[in-house]
Each structure stands twice: as C-alpha cells, then as structure tokens.
Design a protein around this ligand. Sequence first.
Ligand code: DGL
Length: 279
Amino acid sequence: MQTTPPTIGVFDSGFGGLTVLRALMERMPQARYAFLGDTARLPYGSKSRRTIARYAAESAQFLVREQGAEFLVIACNTASALALDAIQDAVPVPVLGVIEPGAEAARAASVTGDVLVIATDATVQSHAYAAACRARGLRAIEKACPLLVPLVEEGWIGHPVTAEVIRIYLGELTAEAAACGLNPDVLVLGCTHYPLLRPLLEAAVPAGVRVIDSAQAAAQAAVQLINGASGSHETGQHSPSAQDQLRCFATDSVDKFERLGSRFLGHPVGKVQLVDLGG
Ligand code: DGL
C-alpha cells in the first residue's frame, strides 16, 4: 500500500469540472489535488476535435509535469469525448475520462435499455456517449444543449429563463426519442455544468426518468482506478491541510473562478493561480 497520498490532477475546460473534483474529494479526502480550468480557451464544446485535442494535451502536461499529478481525471465531457487518446499519448500517467463511467452508470440505472443524453455540440457530434451506451447494449439518443453552459456561467441556476430553455430542449429530445420508438428511463448529464441544473432538470424530465450525473460516476471510477494502481486510499490516512489538499489553476478569469467556483465545489476554492499555456 502506498503511504504518501497520491496527487490527482483534475482538468476541465472551465470550472464546471469542480463538480467532479467535489465528488472525488468526498470519496478521497486524504489525496492531494491539482485542478486546472482552461478558462482562457473555454468553451471547448463548440470547437473542432483537433483544437480540443491540442488544448487538452497541453493542459494535461501542465498537471503532470509541473504539478506532479500521478493520475489524471478528465472532468470535461467534451475533452473526454474527443481527446482522450491525445491526452493519453501526451502524458505517462493513467488517465480517466467521464464518458465510460457515465455510460456505465446509465447501464446500471436503466431497465428499458433506452437512454437520453444531453451534452455540448462537440460531444454530441462525436457520438461518444451513444457508442459507449451501444457497447453496453443500450440505445441512446443525444441532444446538444449549447445554451445551458452560458446560463450556468451567468449564475442563472434557478432562473425561469433557464427552466424554460430546459423545458424546450427536453421536450424536443423526448419527442425525438418517441419518434424513434424509444422508451427512455434515464437522462445522462453529459456536461460538467449540468449537475448544477439538476433540480430544474429533474423537474422537467418525464415521470419515471432518472437523472444520472456523470461527475459522480467518474469519481467512483477514479477511486477504483487509483486504489487499484497504488493501494487503498479511501480510509485510514491523515487528510492533508486544506491548503495542501487543493491547488487550483486557471488560464484566465481567476476572479470569476474564485467567485463562482464555490458553487461547483461546495466550499471556497481558495486562491486560484493564473497559468499561461500559450494560445
Ligand atoms: N466542460 C465542458 C463539458 O463538460 C463544458 C464547457 C465547454 O464547452 O467547454 O463538455
């Protein structure tokens, strides 16, 4: 069993990935964390595979080479969907994305085998969730919801406008599912920002549809990966001080990160350091 706590790098295009970090910290409070939000280049969800792969690989290298991360959790659904291979090629440590754990959680929750997925444009166009669901014998129908990230970034988490946008998106998605003869009983939140909208989403889904948060599923899978690779860390060790436990970095908008990050993390993020990863 490893005696020093592992350093886990968590990466997102912005600070929405703090929802994954939060779930990880709840499960592994004794680990040390380095979180990078590539806020200067957000959103990834409207960019090409090539650009996303370059940005994500540079971010991963920062966490491994400069922050000593021994494991990487790619909290960003878009980077997980389009750039997991590029990230794995760029760093010599185990890398876990959120797509496979999200699909696995859908498999565990679904009785009908039919699944709804909402995500960014790039994630939907990659059909990564549909493929991961198909590999588990599920049928998935995906919908891009590009307005939801800016609404969350604006802090409109319980706002009536956000509720209406969700109502329209989910209405279109469920109509499309019905037209394809699907009977979905699960909705996968395939974007880092969506867990913050969970109450509005739960209110808007048809009766009998369960909401699956890929952040929770990814954190669970990460704990298994890390414990499997380096011995158990879940209990019985000293937690580091809050200051040692978490270092946050952003490529821009440090003030906004410090201000809004606590909503995603559930407690203050502390001082966020600005890093320059190039253009
Ligand atoms: N982090 C992205 C995701 O989970 C959402 C924000 C973006 O488009 O960069 O897909």
